[in-house]
Design a protein around this ligand. Structure first.
Ligand SMILES: [Zn+2]
Ligand SMILES: [Zn+2]
Length: 229
């Protein structure tokens, strides 16, 4: 079977068995025991960037330098089995895992104020061409549908490719990142939720939030599957 056909089947057929252990999962991606064993984000975490903290207060990074986004909701910590599942979804053509994982974000999102717009963090055109899809969009799409939120994919553009900038000095990297995103249109007073798969340092989400606020956004929240601890 061609790769294309395999991908199509992957996306059309709900898995009959748990992707982790192979047990009967009632046509969900994961069985109940595997769901319970996922590295769910601890209740005590920084309200701004979701980094686990001892008392649930702001983390040191956010205290030192306030990010441009206002809060972060992450369903999981990025380690253990999540650090296998997300790359498998992203690079191994198991796209169907992304909406399945996105569904697990929904209960936690109920406690957050509803945004006016849902914006997936855009990939640079070159990355999109290489990968064939934007993982952030594959997460944002089902969230928008299930939570009845407006999905916007044209307001925010990634104008610089910042994924492969290892050769640059840290200073140059930061400068590059700061100019990586451009928001178009008037976003005055808008409350926006930025969607991505993983928040690592938060630098790209911060740069995107900065661009959205420059265009007038009143509030930017990050909605990510997982936070790197
Ligand atoms: Zn299982
Ligand atoms: Zn923080």
């Amino acid at each position: 079977m061609s790769n294309f056909a395999v991908n199509l089947l992957n996306n059309l057929t709900p898995p009959a068995v748990c992707v982790l252990c192979g047990a009967d999962s009632q046509h969900e991606a994961l069985c109940q025991p595997c769901l319970t064993s996922l590295p769910w984000l601890p209740a005590l975490h920084c309200p701004r960037c979701a980094l686990p903290t001892l008392d649930g207060g702001l983390c040191g990074n956010c205290m030192n330098e306030q990010p441009h986004f206002d809060s972060t909701h992450a369903a999981f910590l990025y380690h253990g089995v999540l650090a296998q599942l997300i790359p498998a979804a992203k690079f191994g053509a198991r796209w169907s895992l992304l909406p399945a994982l996105a569904k697990l974000m929904q209960p936690g999102l109920a406690q957050f104020a509803r945004p006016d717009l849902l914006i997936p963090l855009p990939l640079h055109a070159q990355r999109l061409k290489e990968r064939g899809f934007n993982q952030a969009l594959e997460i944002a799409r089902p969230l928008a549908r299930n939570l009845r939120l407006q999905l916007e994919t044209n307001l925010l553009q990634r104008t610089r490719d910042t994924e492969h900038q290892a050769r640059l000095s840290e200073k140059a990297r930061l400068r590059n990142m700061r100019k990586a995103f451009v928001a178009s249109g008037d976003l005055s007073g808008q409350h926006i939720a930025l969607v991505d798969d993983v928040m690592t340092t938060g630098a790209s989400l911060d740069a995107a939030a900065r661009a959205l606020k420059q265009a007038g956004a009143a509030r930017v929240d990050c909605w990510v599957l997982a936070r790197t601890p």
